[in-house]
Write a protein that binds this ligand. Sequence first.
Ligand SMILES: Nc1ncnc2c1ncn2[C@@H]1O[C@H](COP(=O)(O)OP(=O)(O)OP(=O)(O)O)[C@@H](O)[C@H]1O
Ligand SMILES: [Mg+2]
Length: 270
Amino acid sequence: MRSIAIMNQKGGVGKTTTAVNISAALAATGAKVCLIDMDPQAHATLHFGIEPQVEFDSVYDVLVKDMPLHKVRRQVAENLWIVPAHLDLSSAEMELAGDVAPQLLLREKLQADAESAECPNFDYVFIDCPPSLGILTVNALTAVDEVFIPMQPHFLALHGLSKLLQTIDVIARRLNPRLRLSGVVFCMYDGQTRLASEVAQDINAFFEKKDDSSDTLQNVRVFQTKIRKNVRLAEAPSFGRPIFEYDPGSNGAEDYRNLAGEIVCQGQKN
Ligand SMILES: Nc1ncnc2c1ncn2[C@@H]1O[C@H](COP(=O)(O)OP(=O)(O)OP(=O)(O)O)[C@@H](O)[C@H]1O
Ligand SMILES: [Mg+2]
């Protein structure tokens, strides 16, 4: 099983869109996929048509009320499950502050889940992180083996990256020695602009140079598939389904299908 957190502390870079659509793309290939929504905004949950206004058990109950994962996990398509978030997750940070080791909660829950009879044998577990480096993101990074960073090719992209890499390094040293940054995905890519291709080149060069400086950066793949700007991707959440059901012929669907293909190949090589 591969476990992958989709993380970037910068907001609106394409984390949720990527988490939802690669989960759906991989499930469509026959892999069993679970997506855990760790963001109090509950956008991934909404993207699957689950309305957060209604009371339901969610990842909040798993972390704060000690509920097992399988009690809140829902199947949303063939081979695809989601552990939904609810707006009440925003208070988890404070509620967990008194816990002895709140960073480890999700890891423990995932381990217990993997050993339980109710757990489908997942090939992939993805975690959609919130745009912050608080306890929810730390829980995600402590529970997984890999991190994917979606980023927009802005000229400040490299700037935010060093803080992100530092965080991954600290978590790897203190809490989760297995953690590796394994993927960088360009989202909302506009191939027409010189800036986008220059930033993409800079990021490629940055990781080539960094390659042996840190254990967490040994196998970073800057994915060749770039997710183009595509309004259909922005529309799909209000429809409550992944892009493949909303508009399977769109550029967005094509890009996320190709990205899923690269992710499968990456798994076979490692
Ligand atoms: N390739 C794309 N083309 C056009 N719009 C996109 C694309 N990817 C994402 N969007 C839209 O951009 C907005 C931000 O994307 P998304 O919610 O995936 O980012 P995020 O990093 O999860 O944000 P947050 O940090 O708030 O969780 C959303 O409205 C989404 O529908
Ligand atoms: Mg999001």
